[in-house]
Design a protein around this ligand. Sequence first.
Ligand code: ZN
Length: 154
Amino acid sequence: MDVESLYQDIILDHYKHPRGRSLIDEPSGESHQVNPTCGDEVTVQVSLDDDGRLVIGYEGQGCSISQASASVMSEMVSGAAPADADTVRQAFVELMHSKGAADPDEEVLGDGIAFVGVAKYPARIKCALLPWMALQDAEAKAGIGPDQEGTSTS
Ligand code: ZN
């Protein structure tokens, strides 16, 4: 199996078996994002637990890319400190702007690396970024900023 079909399988698996897909009771912030060109919709909710780690709720509908990306987003940032979640988000945004030429770091991105091929298709980049934009917006509404720990490497 080549890498490209392996990555497609990872995306399809997240689409068919979304991780942690549900809404939370009392979100501190919530964002509903729509990608009209594809018809994707995603709602992302955030709050912080007692340890200051992210609790993520989400749901959505749309293409496999957008919904799989939401699942990966949830998997990668649930339970993470906001600053760490921001590192992942920035790495994912960078990956989607790589035109498919990146060599993504699985340590940072987890299954997010599977989206490297998506970055070759400009029409699909918005699909992949949608839940991450919703995450950023929901955090902003909740007043959860990434603590500026050190300097950003991007
Ligand atoms: Zn889409």
